[in-house]
Design a protein around this ligand. Structure first.
Ligand SMILES: [Zn+2]
Length: 313
């Protein structure tokens, strides 16, 4: 079998022209994956059904989840999220969350799986923030813990922004270890301490970044985990509008390959989510996100079937 990929056409919704969030990248990403032979022309991916309110409320305030579902968000919530309060945006949030949970289940079964959305790491217990409505990784992690499918979880967050929402949700939960490499001067202004944070200086570039990543993975190797969630945001890229770390595309590729090979060497299932990326050219941006899928497909070929399901049942 080929790398399990989770996707839904409604990951992309229409925003007003000029909106700061590059929504079209989700549709372009599918085109790029087709052109590179990682998806067939038709289908070839796992499509989630929307998450239930109860599932999302595992980590989020139930009233907030209800307001998102009924498009009755407060003006302040909408301002903080930065996406309009429309049925399509709400549906997308429930779908992307379910997509990450589905990818997590597929990774437990097959060793590695990727969601073509997700990584909404700024959403905290009470509300969304920074283009993030629900924290898909946190919801999926909490559900796996509740089900007994995992006892310990590691979140490796390499998006250029700090994973403040995830850190806040699991601040008092020793079962989830949060690791974040991020540009120190970037959003959010007020960080929430992860279990392990690497605040990085501007213009770090590829070689120095990889040194930090090696240190981080060495530390993470000591963390027992039944599953790893990898946020592979491409906003550390030199051409990203919001990035500051000045990584090249080759640097992103080396980063993804290193994390995925490390996770495979740990014999731990790895669930990959898309994370952030903000280029004015959405096709170029989609090509940048495709790097994760290309590297994951290569690593997936070498994962022996049946050896990775180490999660307790
Ligand atoms: Zn980001």
């Amino acid at each position: 079998m080929s790398l399990p990929i989770v996707h839904h056409p409604d990951y992309r919704v229409t925003l007003r022209p000029g909106h700061g969030f590059p929504m079209s990248k989700y549709a372009y990403l599918r085109e790029v994956l087709i052109s590179r032979g990682l998806l067939p022309e038709v289908g070839g991916y796992f499509a989630p059904a929307p998450a239930s309110l109860t599932q999302v409320a595992t980590v989020h305030d139930a009233d907030y989840v209800s307001r998102v579902a009924s498009n009755t968000r407060t003006a302040e919530e909408t301002r903080r999220i930065g996406l309009p309060d429309t049925p399509a945006v709400s549906r997308r949030a429930f779908l992307a969350t379910a997509g990450t949970l589905l990818a997590a289940r597929l990774s437990i079964e097959h060793g590695l799986a990727c969601n073509m959305a997700g990584g909404s790491h700024h959403a905290g217990p009470e509300s969304g923030s920074g283009y993030c409505v629900f924290n898909d990784v946190a919801v999926a992690a909490a559900i796996l813990l509740n089900e007994g499918r995992a006892e310990r979880i590691l979140v490796v967050d390499l998006d250029v922004h700090q994973g403040d929402g995830t850190a806040q949700i699991f601040a008092d939960d020793p079962r989830v270890f949060t690791l974040s490499l991020h540009a120190e001067k970037n959003f959010p202004a007020r960080k929430v301490a992860s279990d392990l944070d690497y605040p990085l200086p501007d213009n770090l570039k590829d070689a120095a970044y990889m040194e930090v990543l090696e240190d981080a993975l060495q530390q993470a190797s000591a963390v027992p985990a039944d599953i790893i969630f990898y946020n592979a945001g491409v906003d550390p890229h030199v051409d990203d509008r919001l990035g500051r770390l000045a990584l090249t595309s080759g640097g992103l590729r080396a980063r993804d390959r290193r994390v995925l090979e490390w996770a495979a060497a740990q014999n731990t299932p790895c669930t990959c989510v898309l994370g952030g990326g903000y280029d004015r050219d959405p096709y170029r941006l989609a090509e940048r996100h495709a790097i994760l899928f290309e590297e994951a497909a290569k690593v997936f070929e070498h994962i022996p079937a049946g050896l990775v399901d180490t999660a307790p049942t």
